[in-house]
Each structure stands twice: as C-alpha cells, then as structure tokens.
Design a protein around this ligand. Structure first.
Ligand SMILES: Cc1cc2nc3c(=O)[nH]c(=O)nc-3n(C[C@H](O)[C@H](O)[C@H](O)COP(=O)(O)OP(=O)(O)OC[C@H]3O[C@@H](n4cnc5c(N)ncnc54)[C@H](O)[C@@H]3O)c2cc1C
Length: 260
C-alpha cells in the first residue's frame, strides 16, 4: 500500500508578517517557516497507517529550496521518501494549478490513500484537496478527525458544524483532508533525523511531470491583485484599566447604546 501526504511549508506562526511593497505577497526574507499545522496531523495519520499495515509513506511538497527542510522533518518523523516540486511556475500557481501538480504525482505514484490538510495556515484556501480528488476522479472526505482503513475501505469521521460528527465510507484510492487536532503528532526523534539524511528527496520540475507550460503564469485563472491589512476604523475605542474596570466601562457603553 502506498500513502501520499501533501505537505505545504508556511510562515511560522510566530513570524512577523509584512506585505511586500507592491502588495503582491508577504516579505519572505528573514522569516522562519514550518510545516502547515494541518499537514502535521496528516503526516501523523499516514505514519499510523504505516505502523499498522506497513504502508510506504511518500511526502510531497511544492515550493522553493527552503521546502527541503519541511520534507526532511517529515522524513525524520518516519516518512519513507519525499518528492519536492521546485519550479518557478509551480511555486506561483493558483489552487487549481497546485492541485493539478499534486494529482499528477498521485497518479504517477499510484497512491492508494492521499492525505492533505483541511486548509493551509497562510492561504486559507481549503480548495486544493477536493480539487485533487476531482482531478483523479476518486472519493474524498474533508475535515476528518478520525479514520479507519479496513480491507480496501476507509471509514472516516468528519467534523460538522456545532461539534456533530458524520461517518462516511469510501473505497480506495481516496483522499482524506485532515482536521486540526485529529491526533497527537509525534516528534522527529534524533535517530529519525539521522536516518532522514539518507532518505531520498526526489526533486522534480513541471517538465518531469508532463505539466510544463500548463500550470502557473498565464494559466492561473485567478490573480492576486493586492494583499493588505485593513485600516483600523476611526470609531474603534480601546478600553483601558483593570479587567473589572474594563468590564464596568463596557457595561456602561452597552447601556448607553441601548443594547441592554
Ligand atoms: C508567490 C506566490 C504567488 C502566487 N500567485 C497566485 C496567483 O496569482 N493566483 C492565485 O490564485 N494564487 C496564487 N498563489 C497561490 C495562493 O496564494 C494559494 O496558495 C492557493 O490559492 C491555494 O490556497 P492554499 O495554499 O491556502 O491551499 P489550501 O487548499 O488551503 O491547502 C490545503 C492543503 O493542500 C495541500 N497543499 C497546499 N499547497 C501545497 C503545496 N505547495 N505543496 C504541497 N501540498 C500543498 C496541503 O495538504 C494543504 O494542507 C500564489 C502563491 C505564492 C506563494
């Protein structure tokens, strides 16, 4: 059995994010990056399948040179090999272009189960995983909190609004987009980190995947026009004082506005 994990490297949660002068993206120089938080749960879920049934786990990431670090971390956690798509057109691709790349790799690898995060911490698209499944014409489940593989069938528990759960059943191959908090993510052990140095990271271009000229650039159906931080409203007022004083001021203001 082969399990593929789609892994995105995103700015570290504690990184100070500044928008580039031209508003096209954030300043990436001098900030730390980490594995997208949702994807760490996806890696863990894949490794549990490996522990249980001996599945081969292949981690895949699209991005510049720095992405190698994220892939090495996943290899240190226990993944068997990595594929790194490092191509300028791929890095600037929109969600559909990114999904086409991931689908091409899943097809070439004949992946039985594809794991992804529910969404990316930076782009918040939550679009790529279902797109990958549609492109491959395979079933998918998003927002998965728990799953069980049994004889070619996957049973997955999805989180619904208000904390309710939904159980779905799908044949393999299929795609599972994991919800945050689905499991307890393991750390890469020292032994794992040492072993990871010897594990293969296969660097691919779009041409290697038969996708040269068909994703990114002019193929993007959406273009980022501007990224900006909204201005603070003039009518905003920051209440000052101790918690008790702030609560008292807030209650007075609510009464003044006739809301109570
Ligand atoms: C420099 C730059 C320029 C861009 N220009 C454009 C543009 O012009 N037009 C446009 O529409 N978009 C552009 N994008 C892409 C856009 O910002 C989003 O990345 C894209 O729309 C998808 O959203 P998301 O990354 O939030 O994915 P989501 O759908 O939220 O991601 C969910 C899951 O998909 C998988 N995944 C996502 N990205 C990757 C990856 N790189 N490698 C492996 N797995 C992945 C992960 O499992 C992730 O948890 C650009 C991005 C960059 C960095």
């Amino acid at each position: 059995m082969k399990v593929m994990v789609c892994l995105k490297q995103v700015p570290h949660q504690d990184a100070r994010l500044d928008v580039k002068a031209d508003g096209s993206w954030i300043q990436e120089d001098n900030i730390k990056f980490e594995i997208n938080s949702y994807d760490t749960y996806a890696v863990e879920e894949a490794l549990r399948m490996k522990d249980k049934s001996g599945a081969e786990v292949v981690v895949v990431s699209i991005g510049p040179d720095r992405v190698t670090q994220a892939l090495r971390t996943a290899l240190g956690m226990g993944a068997d090999r990595a594929i790194h798509v490092n191509d300028p057109a791929a890095i600037g691709a929109d969600a559909l272009g990114t999904a086409k790349i991931l689908a091409a790799i899943a097809k070439a690898e004949s992946a039985d189960v594809i794991f992804a995060g529910l969404m990316a911490d930076d782009g918040n698209g939550a679009a790529i995983p279902p797109m990958v499944a549609e492109l491959l014409d395979i079933p998918s489940a998003t927002g998965v909190l728990a799953m069980n593989a049994d004889g070619g069938t996957i049973k997955a528990e999805r989180e619904l609004e208000g904390g309710a759960l939904e159980v779905v059943e799908m044949p393999q191959p299929c795609l599972i987009a994991i919800q945050s908090g689905a499991n307890q993510v393991r750390y890469a052990s020292l032994k794992g980190i040492m072993q990871a140095k010897k594990k293969p990271v296969d660097v691919k271009s779009l041409a290697d995947l038969g996708l040269a000229g068909s994703v990114g650039g002019a193929n993007n159906k959406t273009a980022i026009k501007k990224i900006y931080v909204p201005k603070k409203g003039d009518s905003a007022e920051i209440l000052k004082g101790s918690t008790d004083e702030i609560v008292a001021q807030l209650v007075t203001k609510i009464k003044e506005l006739g809301l109570l």
